[in-house]
Design a protein around this ligand. Structure first.
Ligand code: ATP
Length: 277
C-alpha cells in the first residue's frame, strides 16, 4: 500500500536522462521513462543494449554517471546513506534476476531465506508473526509446505524462481523489477511463472518493470514498452502498438528475430547480422 504522504498521481518510478559509462563504453545514454503506480513497463532490447545496467542503477547496484532516479517520490540517484535508507529503498524496489541459483544461498532452506528478509524489514515482528508470513508467502507463490522448507538444490528452476519472487515480495516493495526472470525456464514453466506474476499483480497492485529480450513475454505482462538499442531508447509506447506495429527499424528487426513456430533460421541469421552492423 502507498505510504501516507505519497502523491498518488506521481509516477511510482521515474528515471530522467540516465547515463552510465564504464571507461570508454557508453552502456546507457539519455534513458528516461516513468511508470505509474500499479502499471507495468517492459524494457526490451538485444543482449548488451543496456537493460540490466538500467535495472542496476535503479536498485543502487550501479551509480549513474548522470541523470536522476525517483521511486515512490524519493530520489535514489545517489548511494543510500546508511542502513535505514537502504532498507527503505528495499521496500520501494526489489529485483528478481534470471538465475535464482546465484541469488539464493545453497545452504539456506527456503523458509529461512524468506525469514531473513522479514527480519531485516520487520524487526518489530515476533518469530511467530514472521513464521506466519513466511507460510503465507510460500503459498502465495504456489509452493507447498515441503518445498517451503527445502534447500534450493531440491527445487526445479521454476520453483527456485518462485522462491526468488517470494523473497522479493517479503520486503513488500512498490516496484518489482524482473530481469529476464523467466528466460532460463522451459516454455511451459515460463507460462506458469508468468501466470503467477499476472495473478500477483492483480492481488497486490504491485508495479512491474520487466526486462526481456523476449517480446512474447513482454507482451503478456506489460502495458507500456521502451525499446533499447546501444544504450538508448529508440522506441516507446503501448506494448501492443510497439510490438504489433513497430515504427523503428531496430524494433522490427528484433521482432523478426523472435523464433516462432515455423521460424526460418536463415531469416533469423540475416536479421542478427543486420542488427550487429
Ligand atoms: N561492470 C561493467 N563493466 C564494463 N562494462 C560493462 C559492465 N556492465 C555492463 N557493461 C557493458 O555495458 C553494456 C550494456 O550491458 P547490459 O548488461 O546492461 O546489457 P543488457 O541489455 O542487459 O544485456 P544482457 O541481456 O546480455 O544482460 C555492454 O556493452 C556491457 O558489456
Amino acid at each position: 500500500m502507498p505510504e501516507a504522504g505519497v502523491n498518488e498521481s506521481e509516477p511510482v518510478l521515474e528515471v530522467v536522462g540516465l547515463r552510465k559509462t564504464f571507461g570508454d563504453v557508453v552502456a546507457v545514454e539519455e534513458v528516461s521513462f516513468a511508470v505509474r503506480r500499479g502499471g507495468s513497463l517492459g524494457i526490451v532490447g538485444e543482449s548488451g543494449s543496456g537493460k540490466t545496467t538500467v535495472a542496476k542503477m535503479i536498485t543502487g547496484q550501479e551509480r549513474p554517471t548522470a541523470g536522476t532516479i525517483r521511486a515512490c517520490g524519493r530520489d535514489r540517484s545517489t548511494p543510500a546513506r546508511g542502513g535505514s535508507e537502504r532498507r527503505l529503498r528495499g521496500r520501494e524496489v526489489q529485483i528478481v534476476f534470471q538465475d535464482p541459483y546465484s541469488s539464493l544461498d545453497p545452504r539456506q532452506p527456503v523458509d529461512r531465506a524468506i525469514d531473513e528478509v522479514l527480519r531485516l524489514h520487520r524487526p518489530d515482528w515476533s518469530a511467530a508473526e514472521r513464521a506466519g508470513r513466511v507460510a503465507e508467502l510460500v503459498g502465495m507463490v504456489g509452493l507447498d509446505q515441503r518445498q517451503g522448507s527445502a534447500l534450493p538444490r531440491a527445487l526445479s528452476g521454476g520453483q527456485r524462481q518462485r522462491v526468488a519472487i517470494a523473497r522479493a515480495l517479503a520486503a513488500e516493495p512498490e516496484v518489482l523489477i524482473l530481469d529476464e526472470s523467466v528466460a532460463a525456464l522451459d516454455v511451459s514453466i515460463q507460462a506458469q511463472v508468468l501466470n503467477l506474476l499476472i495473478d500477483l499483480r492483480e492481488r497486490l497492485g504491485i508495479t512491474y518493470v520487466l526486462i526481456s529480450h523476449d517480446l512474447a513475454v513482454v507482451r503478456q505482462l506489460t502495458e507500456t514498452v521502451v525499446v533499447m538499442h546501444h544504450g538508448a531508447v529508440v522506441e516507446r509506447g503501448r506494448a501492443e502498438d510497439v510490438l504489433d506495429a513497430p515504427q523503428h527499424d531496430y524494433t522490427r528487426r528484433l521482432r523478426a528475430s523472435v523464433p516462432t513456430p515455423g521460424w526460418d533460421l536463415a531469416a533469423v541469421r540475416r536479421t542478427l547480422h543486420a542488427t550487429a552492423r
